[in-house]
Write a protein that binds this ligand. Structure first.
Ligand SMILES: Nc1ncnc2c1ncn2[C@@H]1O[C@H](COP(=O)(O)OP(=O)(O)O)[C@@H](O)[C@H]1O
Ligand SMILES: [Mg+2]
Length: 275
C-alpha cells in the first residue's frame, strides 16, 4: 500500500470576498523509502498542498476536494481520519523551528510529552530515557544538557533536530517537511538534510519534501513535481527534471541557481522597469 496517494487535489482558500484556487488538481504518490519533492516559487501552492493533506487548514478558510490517501485512508472527508493518523501514520517537520516549540517549557518536557503520545504508559524515567535516546539519534551532543534547556537557549539547527526527533518519536511512516532548512544558516542546512537522509536510510520512511531550492531538491529527491500557480507543470525522476527540464518555468527555476549563471527574461525585465 502507498504511504501517500493524492488524486486531483484541489484547495480553494476563502478570504473575505475572494476565493483563491491555491491548489488546482494535483496528483502524486509516495512509497516507502522515497523522497518526493514539490518545488516551486513562493506562492505557488506548495504549503497549501501539504497543509491540506495534513488537514491543518481551518475549515472556514479552505475548501478541499479530490482525494488524499494516507496509508490507504482518505483524509479529505471527516476530520476523524486525520485525527487518528496525525502523529501516528504521518508527522510534520515545520518550516520555522524558532516558533514551533513552546517558549516557556523545557526541551525535555516537550520531548517527553511527544514520546508519551506514542507510549502513554511509560513512567517518567522511561519517557525521559526514550527522549534522550531520540535526541542522540538526531545527533544532539550532550542531550542531558539540552534536555534541561529552554528553546531560546538552542540554535536554530539544534531546534530543528529536536523537531525531527519529535517527528521520529511518532514512528510515522510518512514525514512531511515544509522547507525544513529555509529558516537556517546555509552552513547548518547541510547537516539537517544529511540527518533526514540518514533517518530515511535507517527506517525507510517516506518523505514529502517542500522546497523552493533546486539544490536541496537535487540532493534529496527520488522524484520531483514542479509547481506553478497551484498546478504541477512537470514531474518525474529528479535527474530527468533537473537535467532535462521540459517546461520554461522549470528552466527558470534552474536558472535561478547562481552557479548556473544569470538568467535574463526580457519580459520580466520590462515589467520591472515599469514598476
Ligand atoms: N492564509 C491564507 N489566506 C489567504 N490566502 C492564502 C493563505 N495562505 C496562502 N494563501 C495564498 O495561496 C497561494 C499559495 O500559497 P502557499 O501554499 O503558501 O505557497 P508556497 O508554499 O508555495 O509559497 C498564494 O497565492 C497565497 O497568497
Ligand atoms: Mg510555503
Amino acid at each position: 500500500m502507498r504511504l501517500l496517494e493524492v488524486n486531483d487535489l484541489q484547495v480553494e482558500l476563502i478570504t473575505g470576498d475572494r476565493v483563491v484556487r491555491a491548489v488546482d488538481g494535483v496528483s502524486f504518490h509516495i512509497d516507502r523509502g522515497e523522497t518526493v519533492t514539490i518545488i516551486g516559487e513562493s506562492g505557488s501552492g506548495k504549503s497549501t498542498t501539504a497543509m491540506a493533506i495534513l488537514r491543518l487548514l481551518p475549515d472556514d478558510l479552505a475548501v478541499i476536494s479530490g482525494e488524499a490517501r494516507i496509508a490507504g485512508e482518505d483524509v479529505t472527508g471527516s476530520r476523524d481520519v486525520i485525527d487518528r493518523l496525525r502523529g501516528r501514520a504521518v508527522a510534520l517537520i515545520p518550516q520555522d523551528p524558532m516558533t514551533a516549540l513552546n517558549p516557556i517549557a523545557t526541551i525535555g518536557r516537550q520531548m517527553t510529552e511527544a514520546v508519551r503520545i506514542k507510549y502513554p504508559r511509560l513512567s517518567t524515567a522511561e519517557a525521559r530515557a526514550k527522549a534522550l535516546d531520540l535526541m542522540e539519534q538526531v545527533h544532539i551532543r550532550t542531550p542531558d544538557k539540552q534536555f534541561a534547556a529552554y528553546p531560546h537557549q538552542l540554535s536554530g539547527g539544534m531546534l530543528q533536530r529536536v523537531l525531527i526527533a519529535m517527528a521520529v518519536s511518532t514512528d510515522a511512516d510518512l514525514i512531511v517537511a515544509d522547507e525544513p532548512t529555509s529558516a537556517l544558516d546555509v552552513t547548518v542546512q547541510a547537516g539537517i538534510l544529511d540527518l533526514l537522509l540518514e533517518l530515511q536510510e535507517k527506517t525507510g520512511i517516506g518523505l514529502l519534501l517542500i522546497t523552493h531550492d533546486l539544490g536541496v531538491a537535487r540532493l534529496m529527491s527520488d522524484r520531483v513535481h514542479v509547481m506553478k500557480a497551484g498546478a504541477f507543470v512537470e514531474g518525474g525522476p529528479v535527474t530527468e527534471v533537473v537535467d532535462h527540464p521540459q517546461h520554461p518555468y522549470t528552466q527558470k527555476l534552474l536558472g535561478a541557481i547562481p552557479e548556473l549563471g544569470p538568467w535574463h527574461d526580457p519580459a520580466l525585465e520590462k515589467e520591472n522597469s515599469h514598476g
